[in-house]
Ligand binder design. Structure first.
Ligand code: S3P
Length: 188
């Protein structure tokens, strides 16, 4: 487990009840990094997709298959809004969450957003290991990922912070996030 970073207290003070919200594409490492970041900051960790699954009593895959993407997105927006009111915590969001304008606004009010940026090669290496993601159940998942990068990266780029999710030890990425968070001062 990641040891508490020396700046953890400063970061919690800066957050002042707000959450650290990880955004980025599928495979960027939001859940894995988020768990370790939470341990380093001594904050609770919450995964939005898991919370959506709990609320629905179904997996994300089942929600997409039985109700469609629009239904999933609506639940995603509501669950994330609720979770943001329960901060401070580290919140990992699903890759599409930050594309919703209402969610972005809520994150701006109740969180500090961190874009975990990764290149195509790394994302594909990670996502091809597992097959639970409905958006990638296509004949050409690489093409889908390229299209999502084109569409989403300009929006992810509006996050408060950007950290490169290299194929490096997760603890190193956590350290970089903590340092960037520690350098922020509270903006009213
Ligand atoms: C999605 C990403 C997934 C999940 C859903 C849709 C997306 O989460 O929310 O399959 O639109 O990019 P991860 O980014 O955690 O894989």
């Amino acid at each position: 487990m990641t040891r508490a970073a020396p700046q953890a207290g400063d970061v919690r003070a800066m957050l002042d009840g707000r959450s650290v919200v990880l955004v980025g594409l599928m495979g960027a490492g939001k859940t894995t990094v988020g768990r370790r970041l939470a341990a380093a900051l001594k904050l609770a960790f919450v995964d939005a997709d898991s919370e959506i699954e709990k609320a629905a009593g179904k997996s994300v895959q089942e929600i997409f298959a039985e109700h469609g993407e629009v239904y999933f997105r609506d639940g995603e927006r509501r669950v994330i809004a609720r979770l943001l009111d329960e901060g401070p915590q580290v919140l990992a969001t699903g890759g599409g969450a930050f594309m919703n304008a209402a969610t972005r606004l809520k994150i701006r009010e109740r969180g500090v957003s961190v874009w975990l940026r990764a290149d195509l090669q790394l994302l594909m290496k990670r996502v091809l290991r597992r097959s639970h993601r409905p958006l990638l159940k296509q004949t050409d998942p690489r093409l889908v990922m390229e299209q999502l990068m084109e569409e989403r990266y300009p929006v992810y780029a509006t996050a408060d912070l950007t950290v490169d999710s290299q194929d490096a030890p997760h603890d190193l990425i956590v350290k970089q996030i903590v340092e960037q968070l520690a350098s922020l001062t509270r903006t009213p």
